[in-house]
Design a protein around this ligand. Sequence first.
Ligand SMILES: [Zn+2]
Length: 144
Amino acid sequence: MGGADSNVLYDYDFLLNRLYQKVPPKSGTAAYEIPEPEIIRIGSQTIIRNFRDISQRLKRDPQLVARFLQRELAAAGSYDGGSGQLVLNVKVSRRVINQFLQLFLKNYVRCPTCNSIDTRLERKGRVWILKCDACGAEQPVKAF
Ligand SMILES: [Zn+2]
């Protein structure tokens, strides 16, 4: 029966290969890379130089991501659309910024049902809903 066994294995690999070829690559099912924040600290201010790039990677309006960081850090700040930089009126490390960006990704970008990042954030008055374009799930999220 040795020959039969190797046939089974062959068939399994063959089917597996076919399966992978048929399934289109999904975005965001594995670890999703956010650009490393480029931080400059000047006095009591922290500037994130590549904030626009980070927001684009998160697929969200920089103003929205900025608002989230300002709320989490309890600090004022201003996003400059010209330079793409965010200035925060607080001293904060890159590690902490990274943690909040990961939190934003988890709570406001990644679909909790299928893990896709092909999502949209829709606001209906005071209610915010995370809508997934990949699986169609809708999830209310905490407004800020
Ligand atoms: Zn989904």
